[in-house]
Design a protein around this ligand. Structure first.
Ligand SMILES: Nc1nc2c(ncn2[C@@H]2O[C@H](COP(=O)(O)OP(=O)(O)OP(=O)(O)O)[C@@H](O)[C@H]2O)c(=O)[nH]1
Length: 210
């Protein structure tokens, strides 16, 4: 049976949030990381947090906190690599990543990613949802990643690769599409204003005007 580990990407600079850890902001009575964990954990065999900086700040969840393999590497790819290396140690087959700033992620994320990968005979799958015009928008931090790709990803990061989509293009990733009604499940909190909108969504406002 395929062993799937979940990795919550919670590092980064959060410049649009004034440098505050987005994952530790409160939405209702739980942090954003708590919301993501609650949705992701039932879909995976095990979950860890991936972050640069001091791991102690995420200790309240009782999850492993993985330091980025290449410290201070800009962007989430170093977190994806840390997740793949952790999964390899655990004897797992694939990692599913989710961003810590996305509290309403689909409860069928893993099923959707796996079905898309199988359908398109692809090793990697990325999530997508329609934007306001109906065009599909990819969400590169929500992906299914085979553990076997970790050496290659390490090599690419050492060469300076930064963008998930550039790496993914070489492998012909599958696209898993998720509905965006009544709200986009990939709505993410980048700014204080986004947090206000997240509160409204949580309280039942099915809004699309963000
Ligand atoms: N582990 C890890 N996660 C990261 C890193 N950079 C970003 N992330 C996560 O990836 C997701 C998307 O990050 P962004 O919102 O694009 O970048 P950010 O640095 O968090 O925020 P901005 O500075 O405002 O762009 C978020 O969940 C971040 O926590 C990183 O270097 N390491």
């Amino acid at each position: 049976m395929t062993r799937i580990l979940g990795v919550i990407l919670a590092g980064g600079r959060a410049t649009r949030m004034g440098g505050r850890d987005k994952g530790l902001l409160l939405l209702g009575d739980a942090t954003l990381v708590d919301h993501v964990h609650k949705r992701l954990a039932p879909q995976c065999d095990e979950v860890a947090i991936s972050a640069n900086g001091d791991p102690a700040r995420f200790s309240q969840l009782g999850l492993p906190v993985l330091a980025d393999t290449i410290p201070d590497y800009p962007g989430p790819l170093a977190g994806v690599l840390a997740g793949l290396e952790w999964a390899a140690q655990k004897g797992a087959d694939v990692v599913v990543t989710a961003a810590a700033d996305t509290p309403f992620l689909p409860s069928d994320l893993v099923v959707g990613l796996r079905q898309a990968a199988a359908r398109e005979k692809a090793a990697i799958a990325l999530a997508a949802s329609p934007d306001e015009t109906g065009a599909l928008r990819l969400h590169p931090t929500f992906g299914l990643w085979p553990v076997d790709l970790r050496m290659e990803l390490h090599t690419e990061l050492c060469r300076g690769l930064r963008k998930i989509l550039l790496w993914v293009e070489r492998h012909g990733a599958a696209t898993a599409s998720f509905p965006a009604e009544p709200f986009d499940p990939f709505f993410n909190v980048n700014t204080p204003q986004d947090m206000v909108l997240a509160q409204e969504i949580r309280q039942g406002g099915a809004r699309r005007d963000y």
